[in-house]
Design a protein around this ligand. Sequence first.
Ligand SMILES: [Cu+2]
Length: 117
Amino acid sequence: MDKIVVLASAVGLIGLIYWFFLGKKDEGGAVATDVKIKVAGGYSPALVKIPAGKEVTITLTRTDPTDCLEEFVIPDLKIKRNLVMNKDEVIKLKISKSGKYEFHCGMSMYKGAIVAV
Ligand SMILES: [Cu+2]
């Protein structure tokens, strides 16, 4: 009987460890109000988490001369910005409704998303 209890708690603990480490990775990092995204051959990070209902600053820095990356679009928020090479573009926003807001370059080749939680 004791062995079963030990085994059950060991399995439970392993599950908890997996959940803790792997679960977090899937969510794309911690919730932040000051987000920096590098734009070069795509977006890094491509998935950012922000708190819903709070003012958030997103800073985009483009170091890739690819024409199409010049345009940055968040369709659901009606945001469209031109990213000048090596110059920070600051977007301030407040998303009241939690959810996933996708963004992409001018021709939707590169994609990412903002998740408001
Ligand atoms: Cu593109």
